[in-house]
Write a protein that binds this ligand. Structure first.
Ligand SMILES: [Zn+2]
Length: 155
């Protein structure tokens, strides 16, 4: 598990997810244990993200949270060089990206540990779990190493 670039001081005042939302609770429980889990339709296997109580593909309500591979590609990204909240002032510039997971879902998160000049659409990324408070771990992404890309299975 990566420690990333987020120090303890940033955790106290930053806007954080609402852990009391029962629809999202499994995601935060898994993240705290270092896993990216997303809801998957047990009828058609569609990954339902953002979470819904019914599959948008087949209308099934048989939905279970499953671990994802953590593998994906950058679909697009933006560099934030202005802090839109005071808690992020020590973190700019930071990268917010739309990541296309190998399982098909699109996931919005940060790319950590990379200079924005090195990012590209289609670049392989891997999920990392970063603890920001004792209760909250966020799933972020890092650029995949060359060996990781070479061994990537096809979809
Ligand atoms: Zn379905």
């Amino acid at each position: 598990m990566s420690t990333g670039g987020y120090g303890d001081s940033a955790g106290a005042n930053r806007p954080l997810p609402n852990l009391t939302d029962p629809l999202m609770r499994p995601h935060w429980d898994a993240a705290r244990e270092g896993r990216l889990e997303l809801p998957r339709c047990q009828n058609c296997r569609f990954v339902i993200w953002p979470v819904l109580s019914m599959c948008p593909e087949c209308a099934s309500r048989e939905i279970a949270w499953e671990p994802m591979s953590g593998r994906g590609k950058i679909w697009s990204w933006a560099v934030y060089d202005t802090a839109l909240h005071p808690a992020f002032e020590t973190e700019v510039p930071y990268v917010v990206a739309l990541i296309e997971l190998d399982e098909g879902a699109s996931f919005v998160s940060n790319i950590v540990g990379a200079e924005s000049e090195t990012l590209a659409i289609g670049l392989e990324v891997r999920a990392v779990a970063e603890q920001v408070t004792p209760e909250i771990t966020l799933i972020r992404f890092r650029v995949a190493g060359p060996q990781e890309v070479d061994t990537a299975p096809s979809r």
